[in-house]
Write a protein that binds this ligand. Structure first.
Ligand SMILES: Cc1cc2nc3c(=O)[nH]c(=O)nc-3n(C[C@H](O)[C@H](O)[C@H](O)COP(=O)(O)OP(=O)(O)OC[C@H]3O[C@@H](n4cnc5c(N)ncnc54)[C@H](O)[C@@H]3O)c2cc1C
Length: 346
């Protein structure tokens, strides 16, 4: 599917507990690497059985020393004979417990500039990947997020995806499904929470009136659906930008905006929904409390909101500052535009 179609499916899947939505999304995320950079043999051995739900995939980017600084990875792959030997560890890997194979970034040339140092490997669990720790989580439970260890894991050379040193390029490609799935899934969970709260406010009474008759309640509904529709517009806009394939860097900015905005809006909307429902919203009689716990993660994983801001500002500055002379000089429209001595910058 193209992204305009896939986000519709993701929004629907997003109404399920987030671990399920994540496991659904992982097929898209890992699938992108095989589809765009993999060999035919890799697609047959891994992609097809994953789509058919005969194999479970996982991706291993984050390390204990830090996830935001992805290019600072320290896991190393050393080549000898027809094999790479992987040494290092990855943290917070969803599917650590249950996956059949992992997509693992490792440095094949640790001395090269960081963007040429990394390569991507498909590593079967049975090649010797050890699960060292399973995390207790606030929400999004059920994915089996853990720390995995590679102690000279022997990986056949045909398990490299793409070429040696192509890891950065693959990483940038995979960040599209990685972040679009987070963004679109969040629309689904937030919309469901708001619908539950909206129906509740039409039934629940206080002071002899339905609580929706109090502006404090109904305006929360108004604010929430407005934010949600704005987020939905942004996610769909990002999907169109990616699908048209016109400008990769603009797509990168739009995807980052969509991921940041949709995940933050989901958090706010679910929080409003809980408030509208009063005490019962905090209990497990309704699923809002689970949604709130699930959604908190979305602002952290697949790149934090802060990292999204880094990308957004970087790409936007580049766009604005690299605009050519063919852009109309709107500054010259000001009545006093011809006052250069007033345009002081230092
Ligand atoms: C339940 C769960 C599941 C996950 N699933 C996976 C998975 O399947 N595979 C995988 O590889 N990873 C996974 N992750 C890891 C996740 O993507 C990282 O936690 C995330 O990218 C942040 O990395 P970190 O935790 O190391 O935080 P750090 O990178 O240490 O960041 C700490 C804080 O510093 C901020 N920060 C860092 N650098 C900057 C900067 N340059 N500018 C501004 N602020 C900055 C961050 O925004 C954050 O607030 C998962 C995490 C969790 C909790």
């Amino acid at each position: 599917m193209n992204w305009q179609d896939e986000i519709v499916a993701l929004e629907e899947i997003g109404t399920l507990p987030m671990s399920l939505a994540c496991l659904y999304s992982l097929v898209s995320i890992c699938g992108e690497a095989f589809q765009v950079f993999g060999t035919e043999a890799q697609r047959r051995a891994y992609l097809r059985p994953t789509i058919e739900a005969r194999l479970c995939c996982a991706e291993a980017l984050t390390e204990p020393r830090g996830g935001s600084d992805f290019f600072g990875s320290t896991t190393v792959a050393t080549k000898s004979g027809g094999y790479y030997y992987l040494k290092g560890q990855k943290r917070f890997v969803v599917g650590a417990e249950g996956a059949d194979y992992f997509l693992v970034y490792a440095k094949t040339d640790p001395d090269a500039p960081s963007r040429r140092a990394l390569s991507l490997f498909v590593v079967d669990k049975k090649m010797g990947v050890e699960v060292k720790y399973l995390y207790g989580l606030l929400g999004t439970r059920g994915g089996g997020a853990g720390r995995i260890l590679f102690r000279d894991v022997k990986v056949p050379e045909e398990n490299i995806i793409g070429k040696e040193g192509q890891g950065a390029e693959i990483f940038y490609e995979m960040m599209i499904p990685e972040r679009m799935t987070s963004a679109a899934g969040c629309l689904g969970v937030a919309r469901t929470a708001l619908e539950i709260a909206t129906r509740y406010s039409d039934k629940r009474k206080a002071f002899g009136a339905k609580v929706r008759d109090f502006e404090a309640v109904s305006f929360k509904v108004a604010d929430s659906i407005t934010m949600l529709d704005a987020a939905s517009g942004l996610v769909h806009g990002a999907a169109v930008t990616v699908d048209r394939g016109l400008d990769r860097r603009q797509a990168r900015r739009m995807v980052s905006e969509a991921k940041k905005f949709a995940t933050e809006v989901a958090w706010q909307v679910i929080n409003h929904s809980m408030q509208i429902m009063g005490g019962i919203g905090y209990t497990n009689v309704y699923p809002i409390e689970r949604m709130l716990r699930d959604a908190r993660l979305a602002m952290i994983w697949t790149g934090t909101s802060e990292v999204m801001n880094l990308i957004i500002q970087h790409e936007y500055y580049r766009e604005v500052l690299s605009a050519g002379a063919d852009v109309r000089d709107v500054e010259a429209d000001a009545l006093a535009a011809e006052a250069p001595e007033e345009k002081v910058y230092e």
